[in-house]
Write a protein that binds this ligand. Structure first.
Ligand code: SF4
Length: 444
C-alpha cells in the first residue's frame, strides 16, 4: 500500500537493497535473542555516517524552509543514514501555552517534507514525542550537566529577549539545549547540519558526551576488548599502534598520538573496535556517546517578500503549496527600490528586495538583464519581477501536486511516520541499553 502510493507520486517506495536484503536480515534476527540483537545494532553503528536533523512544527512550510533546510536534507538523504524528526517537544519549550495546533502543524509540516522530495525509503522520518527514549536520555544527561553550561548557551538569553511576551523562566526552556543534545546522542549521530548560529548547540553536546564518557566509559573487560581490537590491526600496524601509544602516554608526543589515531581510523575495524581504541588512546575508556560534529550549511539566500528574513511571524512568506496566481500577486506587490517612483526613473537593484529573489532564482543572463534594465530604466518593475514569478511557479508545481496527494491520504502519512518511529526507536533503544548499563541502572 505504502509502496504503491509512494510510487504514484514519484517517490521511491523501497530500494532494491531493502527488497533483497531485509527479508534475510529479519529472518536472522528472529533466530537470536533480544540482547544479542541490541549488541548487533550497536556494533554496526557508524556515527560518521549518521545525520540527525529536526524541525519545529510551525505548520505549512515556506520557501525559506525549502532553500534553507529541505534542499540540504535532499542532498544528505542518499549519502548518509539520516534521521529527520518533527521537534514537537521543542515547540513546547517556548509555546507551552499553545498546544492546540501542535498536531495539525506537525502533520502539515511532514506533508511538506514529503512533497519537497524527502524520501521515507532513504531517511527515517518521525515525531520526537513518539520516541520516549529522547526524554529518558534527556533526564539521565541532566544528572551530569552543570547548570552553568546551559545558562551560557547564547540563544538562551537571545530568545528570552526576543520572546518577551512569554514567560521563559522555566526549567524546560533552560533545558532545551540539553534536549537537543539528547536528540543527537540517542542516535549516536556523528553529523548535525546546522547554520553558524547553531554551532554552540553542537559544542555543548560534545562537552556533555565527553563528560558522560569520562564518567561512565570504562566497561568491564575493556582491556581485553582493546587487546582484541589491536590484534585486528594486523601485526605491523598493531606494533606501530602500541609504540605510538606508549610515546603519547609516556612522553606526550602529539605526533605519535595522531599517527596512532590515523592507524585506527584507516584500519579495517568495526565501529565498536575503533571506539575502544580511541578510548584507550585518550584514556577515557570506551566511547559510549560519540561526540558529534557540526555539518555547516551555507546560509540561505532566501529573503522574505519585504527584504527581511522570511518568517511566518513577519507575514512575508510564500508557502510551498501557494497557488500560481497568489505567487504572481504577492511578487507583484513586493516593494522595489524607492528611487523608482516613475517607470522612467533609473533604479539600483542593490537597494531593491526583488534583487535577492533574482539571486536565488535567476541565471546569469537574466541577472545582467535586470542590472542593466533597472539602472537605465530600460525595464519596468512588473516586467523585472516576471522571471521570478515563473521560476517560483515552476519550482512549486511538482511540490504542490505531491502535497495534494499526501494531504488527501493522511493514512499514508501516518504509516510513513509509524515506520520511521519504529526504526528510530530501534536505534535509540540500543543506545539506552548501554547508557542504562553504564549508569548502574541495568539491575533487576
Ligand atoms: S527593475 Fe527590478 S531590480 Fe529594479 S527596482 Fe524594479 S524590481 Fe527592483
Amino acid at each position: 500500500m505504502v509502496e504503491h502510493d509512494l510510487a504514484k507520486v514519484g517517490v521511491e517506495g523501497s530500494s532494491p537493497f531493502s527488497r533483497s536484503i531485509l527479508p534475510l536480515y529479519f529472518r536472522a534476527l528472529a533466530r537470536i535473542g533480544r540482547e544479542d540483537r541490541q549488541e548487533i545494532r550497536l556494533r554496526s553503528v557508524n556515527p560518521q555516517q549518521r545525520v540527525l536533523s529536526g524541525m519545529r512544527p510551525t505548520g505549512r512550510l515556506h520557501l525559506g524552509h525549502y532553500h534553507g533546510v529541505l534542499k540540504n536534507w535532499l542532498a544528505l538523504q542518499h549519502t548518509y543514514e539520516c534521521f529527520f524528526f518533527a521537534a514537537d517537544w521543542h515547540a513546547l519549550t517556548t509555546h507551552y501555552d499553545e498546544p492546540g495546533q501542535l498536531g495539525q502543524h506537525t502533520h502539515d509540516m511532514v506533508i511538506d517534507w514529503l512533497a519537497a522530495g524527502v524520501d521515507p525509503a532513504a531517511a527515517k522520518l518521525f515525531i520526537q514525542s513518539q520516541v520516549p527514549e529522547h526524554a529518558e536520555l534527556h533526564l539521565l544527561l541532566s544528572m551530569i550537566t552543570p547548570l552553568g553550561w546551559l545558562e551560557r548557551v547564547p540563544t538562551y538569553k537571545d530568545q528570552q529577549e526576543k520572546l518577551k511576551e512569554k514567560d521563559l523562566a522555566t526549567y524546560g526552556f533552560l533545558g532545551y539545549p540539553l534536549l537537543q543534545s539528547a536528540d543527537i546522542l540517542v542516535y549516536r549521530a556523528g553529523l548535525v547540519p546546522v547554520g553558524a548560529d547553531q554551532v554552540a548547540h553542537v559544542e555543548i553536546t560534545r562537552e556533555i558526551a565527553r563528560r558522560f564518557n569520562h564518567l561512565y566509559g570504562r566497561e568491564a573487560g575493556f582491556g581485553q576488548r582493546v587487546d582484541a581490537a589491536i590484534g585486528k590491526l594486523g601485526k605491523k600496524s598493531a606494533q606501530l599502534y602500541v609504540d605510538n601509544r606508549r610515546a603519547w602516554q609516556e612522553k606526550g608526543d602529539q605526533l605519535a598520538h595522531d599517527s596512532a589515531r590515523a592507524l585506527v581510523q584507516t584500519g579495517s575495524l568495526s565501529a565498536a573496535d575503533k571506539e575502544h581504541l580511541f578510548g584507550d588512546l585518550d584514556g577515557s575508556g570506551k566511547i559510549i556517546l560519540p561526540e558529534p560534529q557540526a555539518l555547516l550549511t551555507p546560509a540561505s539566500k532566501m529573503a522574505g517578500l519585504d527584504g527581511q528574513k522570511m518568517s511566518k511571524s513577519y507575514g512575508n512568506t510564500i508557502t510551498l503549496r501557494e497557488e500560481p496566481e497568489v505567487v504572481q500577486t504577492r511578487i507583484r506587490k513586493m516593494p522595489t527600490d524607492p528611487a523608482r517612483v516613475r517607470r522612467t526613473d533609473p533604479g539600483d537593484p542593490d537597494k531593491c528586495p526583488v534583487w535577492a529573489w533574482h539571486e536565488a532564482y535567476s541565471g546569469t543572463e537574466v541577472k545582467s538583464w535586470v542590472q542593466q534594465g533597472c539602472r537605465s530604466a530600460g525595464i519596468g518593475c512588473i516586467e523585472c519581477k516576471q522571471p521570478v514569478v515563473d521560476a517560483i511557479n515552476a519550482e512549486l508545481a511538482p511540490i504542490r501536486e505531491r502535497a495534494q496527494h499526501f494531504a488527501g491520504h493522511p493514512e499514508l502519512v501516518r504509516s510513513i511516520l509509524d515506520q520511521g518511529r519504529d526504526a528510530a526507536r530501534m536505534a535509540a533503544q540500543a543506545t539506552l541499553v548501554e547508557v542504562r548499563q553504564a549508569m548502574g541502572l541495568a539491575y533487576r
